[in-house]
Design a protein around this ligand. Structure first.
Ligand SMILES: Cc1cc2nc3c(=O)[nH]c(=O)nc-3n(C[C@H](O)[C@H](O)[C@H](O)COP(=O)(O)OP(=O)(O)OC[C@H]3O[C@@H](n4cnc5c(N)ncnc54)[C@H](O)[C@@H]3O)c2cc1C
Length: 503
């Protein structure tokens, strides 16, 4: 899967020397790649070069793992599908999810630019973001992802976007990618950022720049920042790559940047527990889109306990409360019990079809999702009484058919829970809450300026975008908003950097 990015890395890093950069971007996830594309477009016809420094061997970051999609309100795709949505509704959902701690200025900008961001990917890069789902906390369907290929192969959305942008950049003569380069210091010329110092292959090097964009991602992968701000979560598994250690926070606070919301760490309710390694620290994410397509959550006794489409914090607490004890937590038969709260995730055939059989087949091949033909086989696989299981699924479908609200406040029921054909397969997995996303980060404004701790003014020459920033998502990030944030504020950072470089 990573070969395209590797090729892009080689092609892009071969023909330039580091000393020529006008703009330096630190981090090669979606925020960094979007910033690079925009900076190059805005400096067309000039000699300004853009260097992207990435500490890993390949670009992609956590962005490459994203599987549920990118939000857009009022997109052409929504209109084609007959979905009525507005900028105001996305802004309101974002702020509601943030529990009063989100910035309305940033949320407004995010929502306003959301349709443009999705359409930028669709038109400039020919990305087919034509499947739209309603995910937890959203008032309508607005999370766009890629359909399976006609021959049934899954097209993961994050990977598709970052690999396409990376390929595009590799063809740009004014772009160079410096891979395996860990930025360690932001250089100052008076009060102004004037470049970076980085380590590559054991050597320390310096690179001058008129603007630096920090796009180093979050700190959900572990390390000092997580230990300092969320020590209570240290024992939890994580969906993040180990590279997500908050380096950008270290770099920017050393030059006076303000931090915001650092205690706010999002635990995703559904990291897959693999039967072959139930205690593994890194969990493959069970995409939000599974529940968006109609997947249900059950405790070990076969009972539902939450609106599966509630926000992540609500679903996580419900799993912790309902599936925490040895007799209520879901486990794999014959496998070690890691002792973590865990639920069964269950899809009917209709929910599986809505999610995409290609993507589901990928999970099955990875040993994360299993199937059982008919209710009897399913109850046996989950080691629960068939009657209890059937009762839960039937009760769900009755409320769905009555177009009503269930005991957990659920009012959107994407698909029936019971299969019409008694012999048809059900699909199931064991899922556990896992550290997923860090809401806190560098305080920034709607023009991607990093703000100073002492007086709130922009630090001259320093921009930031993506998960390294904080303040937008408050106490809880809405699903699909981060890929969107990476595009909206990544492009804005690129635009601002271009202006600085052209002066
Ligand atoms: C499993 C998973 C699924 C997700 N699914 C979705 C989804 O469907 N929709 C959605 O909106 N969000 C999703 N998210 C969240 C979203 O993908 C991330 O928050 C977002 O992609 C972060 O993008 P970024 O560009 O800020 O950082 P990243 O993509 O993490 O990139 C940061 C890069 O910076 C590099 N870096 C760090 N420090 C340095 C340094 N000192 N020097 C040089 N390079 C450095 C890292 O190696 C990394 O490559 C998901 C997250 C995960 C983990």
């Amino acid at each position: 899967m990573h070969s395209i990015l590797k090729q892009a890395t080689k092609a892009a890093s071969s023909s330039h020397t580091a000393a020529q950069a006008g703009i330096v971007i630190v981090g090669g996830g979606l925020a960094g790649l979007a910033a690079a594309v925009e900076a190059l477009q805005r400096t067309q016809g000039s000699g300004v070069t853009v260097a992207l420094l990435e500490k890993e061997a390949r670009t992609g970051g956590n962005s490459a793992k994203a599987s549920s999609g990118i939000n857009g309100a009022g997109t052409q795709t929504q209109r084609k599908l007959g979905i009525n949505d507005t900028v105001a509704a996305l802004e309101a959902d974002t702020l509601r999810s943030a529990r009063g701690e989100g910035s309305s200025v940033l949320a407004e900008r995010l929502a306003q630019d959301s349709a443009g961001a999705v359409e930028w990917l669709q038109t400039q890069f020919a990305l087919d973001l034509d499947v739209v789902a309603q995910l937890g906390g959203h008032s309508v369907a607005r999370t766009h992802r890629r359909p399976d290929t006609p021959d049934g192969r899954p097209q993961p959305v994050g990977w598709g976007i970052v690999s396409t942008l990376a390929k595009h950049l590799a063809d740009e003569p004014r772009f160079r990618l410096v891979a395996g380069a860990r930025v360690t210091t932001l250089e100052l010329d008076g009060a102004r950022i004037s470049g970076v110092t980085y380590e590559q292959d054991g050597a320390t090097q310096q690179l001058d720049a008129r603007a630096v964009v920090l796009a180093t991602g979050g700190f959900g992968g572990g390390g000092e920042w997580l230990k300092r701000y969320a020590p209570q979560l240290e024992a939890l598994p994580a969906t993040n790559g180990a590279f997500a250690t908050g380096d950008g926070l270290q770099l920017a606070t050393a030059v006076g940047a303000a931090l915001v919301g650092m205690e706010r760490v999002q635990v995703h309710p559904t990291g897959f527990v693999r039967a072959s390694e139930p205690a593994a620290h890194t969990k493959f994410l069970a995409a939000e889109a599974l529940r968006g397509a109609g997947a249900l959550l059950l405790d070990a006794r076969g009972r539902r306990f939450v609106d599966e489409l509630a926000t992540r914090d609500v679903v996580t607490s419900a799993i912790n409360d309902a599936c925490g004890s040895p007799d209520t937590r879901a486990t794999h038969a014959g496998a070690e019990d890691p002792g973590l709260p865990a639920a069964f995730l269950l899809l009917s055939q209709a929910a599986a079809d809505a999610f995409g059989r290609g993507a589901l087949g990928f999970y099955e091949k990875m040993g994360l999702v299993y199937s059982a033909a008919g209710l009897g086989a399913l109850a046996a696989a989950l080691r629960m009484p068939r009657a209890a299981l059937e009762h839960s699924l039937r009760a769900h479908d009755e409320v769905r058919n009555a177009d009503s609200v269930d005991d957990f406040g659920k009012r959107v029921f994407p698909q029936p829970a019971l299969n019409a054909d008694a012999a048809a397969p059900y699909f199931w997995a064991v899922v556990t809450p896992s550290i997923h996303y860090t809401m806190g980060g560098l305080r920034f404004d709607e023009h991607a300026h990093v703000l100073r701790a002492t007086d709130g003014a922009p630090i001259p020459g320093l921009l930031a975008a993506g998960e390294v920033t904080g303040g937008l998502h408050g106490a809880n990030r809405l699903a699909g908003n981060l890929l969107l944030e990476c595009v909206v504020f990544g492009r804005e950072a690129g635009r601002q950097a271009a202006m600085l470089a052209l002066v």
